[in-house]
Design a protein around this ligand. Structure first.
Ligand SMILES: *[C@@H]1O[C@H](CO)[C@@H](O)[C@H](O)[C@H]1NC(C)=O
Ligand SMILES: *[C@@H]1O[C@H](CO)[C@@H](O)[C@H](O)[C@H]1NC(C)=O
Ligand SMILES: *[C@@H]1O[C@H](CO)[C@@H](O)[C@H](O)[C@H]1NC(C)=O
Ligand SMILES: *[C@@H]1O[C@H](CO)[C@@H](O)[C@H](O)[C@H]1NC(C)=O
Length: 691
């Protein structure tokens, strides 16, 4: 019983509640339909359309499409009550606000200006505008009824053509129309910037979406129309403000919507969003991010850029880049491998290497392949591409063409020399300002390095030294006497003796000094050779002879035996090796000069012989020096060891050098030799100080 009552009460409560909700909804609906609406894009149900008007799949209201002289209308389906009938007196018009976003797109950019018609926001007593004309009538009115008060049509036109019959101000204007297309007031499209109030004009058919506000104050009987680009919030100052009493225009029920018409140019009129409200409430604002996008049609400026200019430009750019690339590549290739070739070189063809081969053989002359850098240039190790021959490439910078022919002839001729103690010159290559000489590669580097480089831990033992000495002697003897012509080496020294894997000494670097002879400054005949190895008479006359080679060989013998450089220090004095050895020779302490690193492990006879020969060969008077032929015989024991009388040997090489060499004209000689000599910088300064 109790529960039954409770149930009835409960049901009643639920029923009443539902009823009240239903009543609420019933009350809310007419309120909602009373003018206020907002559309971000449209569906077909949102609008009553005729003519060309259609809603696109993206929700865009496309009033017109590419069709000539046709109308389009789209109305809010329900009629709106604009009149305030509650007042007993004459009816007044309710305040209203509407806002919409539109875009006008002309297919053909050539006709952007002037040629087609616009669209209008319209308030009309009927949705049936079938009698209206297209074209300049915007589908609003007909030629027959234009201007008649019976039309009851109010419109805000966005016109993009000048119609003189309606007194249009220009081809890009906003106008207020009542019953006629002759506007009550019209203004060139644009807006007033908030703040400074500056006017910015806008192109209605620019394809860009723009927003329009139409606000009517029923009390003040004032109509405001405002326009702005969608990015700009509603400007405070309206584009046009018109005092107007719409009460004579408005009928009991009115329809709001849009009207548009095409002329002879394909133009699209789009409405993207729309809101409306009555009675002083601002039209609901539109959220642009929710609006559909305006489609790009026809060859717009941007698409012309995109599809015509850009591809052509990029193709051109690519072509130019490609041609430039090829050009620079070829030029670089050409430069990288460029050589100097002259007609006379044809006969030396077989001895000529291409720079490209040498470049690749030495891996582009990388530092990794650098064997050493001396006075005449840098030497690189390489492997010839096809034959896999190991080579040493000497790059000599040489800027003069003078004497080049003779030099190359000599290089080629020397290249034919086959002797087991002579480094084979395989050929050459010429480039601008540069000469490249290609030699057989010798695994153990130069004797100079072996002898003086403390980094090499193993000391060259005496048997190896005498072996090397004999080898170099036989090479020089061969050059002086046995070869088809007399060849003067001109630069015998430890660093020009290379060692192969079996520690054979091979004489290399022929005639380079000769090249120096024909240096850039032809007026100065530089004495060539290397400080400390230069015979006094060579200093004096500048003429190289086999005996100047013998002198250098004498110094070389002393150097190898003593393990000292030709010019060195002793008792903190700069002295010539020759003088130092001679001093010990004369004082009977000759064994004191022998390289202490040999630690006494040597044959006394051999050392004695070599030192004696060294002194003999480096005698200041050329006539007192033996020929290389004889030197070889002494070394081989085919001639008894020569005797040196102390009187015969009473000279001081340093003094002789100073007397002969450092004359007033020959200071440049010394300085010019600095770069090509080993350890001569200090001695040269001492020598000049010594004057
Ligand atoms: C334009 O719209 C009309 C009516 O909807 C249609 O018949 C016509 O095919 C359309 N034309 C173009 C080019 O889209
Ligand atoms: C209608 O008019 C009366 C008197 O003129 C006014 O008081 C009232 O607010 C108006 N109503 C609307 C909805 O404008
Ligand atoms: C529109 O009005 C015309 C006459 O003015 C009439 O012939 C036509 O049927 C009407 N159309 C609609 C859809 O009511
Ligand atoms: C129209 O604009 C003026 C300022 O230019 C303003 O005072 C007035 O309130 C506006 N009226 C409406 C209905 O927006």
């Amino acid at each position: 019983m109790w529960s039954k009552t409770m149930l009835v009460v409960f049901i009643n409560i639920v029923f009443i509640h539902c009823l009240s909700v239903n009543i609420g909804a019933a009350v809310a609906n007419p309120a909602a339909s009373d003018g206020r609406f907002v559309h971000h894009g449209f569906t077909a149900e949102d609008l009553t359309m005729d003519g060309l008007a259609a809603v696109t799949p993206t929700g865009l209201l496309a009033l017109t499409n590419a069709t000539y002289q046709t109308k389009a209308h789209a109305f809010h389906p329900a009629p709106l009550r604009f009149l305030n009938t509650s007042s007993s007196a004459a009816a007044t018009v309710r305040s209203f606000s509407t806002s919409f976003v539109f875009a006008i797109v002309s297919d053909d950019p050539r006709f952007r200006n002037n040629v087609d018609h616009g669209l209008a926001f319209v308030v009309s007593p009927t949705k049936n505008l079938s009698t209206a004309n297209a074209g300049q009538y915007l589908g609003l009115l007909s030629m027959a009824d234009d201007g008649k008060p019976s039309n009851h049509v109010f419109a805000v036109e966005l016109d993009i053509i000048t119609n003189p019959e309606f007194g249009d101000i220009d081809s890009n204007h906003v106008g207020v129309d009542v019953n006629s297309l002759r506007s009550l007031q019209a203004k060139t499209a644009g807006y007033y910037v908030d703040g400074d109030g500056a006017f910015r004009s806008l192109q209605l058919n620019s394809q860009k979406p723009m927003q329009v506000w139409v606000d009517y104050d029923g009390q003040a009987k004032q109509l405001n129309v405002t326009l702005s680009p969608v990015q700009v919030p509603k400007p405070k100052k309206p584009l046009l403000s018109q005092a107007i009493d719409l009460s004579t225009v408005m009928a009991e029920e009115m329809y709001v919507g849009f009207s548009s018409a095409t002329g002879v140019v394909f133009t699209h009129h789009y409405v993207l969003g729309w809101s409306f409200s009555f009675d002083g409430g601002a039209a609901p604002s539109l959220d642009f991010s929710m609006l559909p996008k305006v489609p790009r049609v026809g060859p717009t400026r941007r698409s012309v850029m995109l599809y015509v200019v850009l591809p052509i430009a990029s193709a051109l750019l690519f072509l130019v880049a490609f041609v430039l690339g090829v050009f620079f590549f070829v030029r670089r290739w050409h430069r990288q491998y460029a050589e100097v070739r002259e007609d006379w070189e044809v006969e030396f063809g077989p001895h000529r290497f291409t720079y490209k081969d040498l470049f690749h053989a030495t891996q582009g002359f990388t530092d990794k392949n650098l064997l050493g850098a001396g006075g005449f240039g840098s030497v690189y190790k390489g492997v010839l591409p096809v034959s896999n021959t190991e080579i040493a490439v000497k790059r000599v910078s040489h800027n003069s063409r003078q004497g080049m022919r003779e030099f190359i002839a000599e290089v080629v001729s020397i290249g034919r020399i086959r002797h087991r103690n002579i480094v084979r010159l395989l050929g050459y290559c010429r480039r601008k300002g540069e000469l490249l000489l290609v030699y057989d590669y010798k695994t153990n580097g130069s004797l100079d390095k072996c002898l003086h480089d403390n980094a090499t831990s193993t000391t060259l033992c005496w048997p190896k030294r005498i072996h090397i000495i004999k080898g170099v002697a036989s090479a020089l003897s061969y050059l002086h006497k046995d070869w088809e012509q007399v060849v003067i080496h001109r630069d015998v020294k430890a660093s020009n003796v290379l060692l192969d894997s079996e520690m054979n000494g091979l004489l290399g670097d022929f005639g380079l000094s000769r090249l120096r002879d024909h240096g850039a400054d032809a007026k100065t005949t530089y004495v060539v050779g290397t400080m400390g190895y230069i015979a006094p008479e060579l200093m004096h006359t500048g003429k190289a002879t086999p005996l100047t080679d013998v002198f250098a060989f004498g110094v070389f013998l002393l150097e190898v035996t003593c393990g000292r450089r030709p010019i060195g220090e002793s008792d903190s004095n700069e002295i010539l090796l020759i003088d130092w050895v001679l001093k010990h020779f004369l004082s009977g302490s000759i064994l004191d000069v022998v390289d202490p690193r040999l630690a006494g492990r040597f044959s006394f006879e051999e050392v004695n012989l070599v030192l004696k020969l060294g002194l003999m060969c480096s005698h200041p008077l050329p006539k007192a020096r033996p020929s290389m032929d004889r030197v070889v015989k002494y070394l081989d024991g085919m001639l008894p060891a020569p005797e040196l009388s102390p009187t015969h040997m009473s000279y001081n090489m340093m003094e002789l050098m100073l007397q002969n060499g450092v004359g007033s004209h020959s200071l440049p000689v010394w300085s010019s030799l600095l770069d090509s000599s080993v350890g001569t910088m200090s001695s040269a300064s001492v020598l000049s100080d010594g004057r």
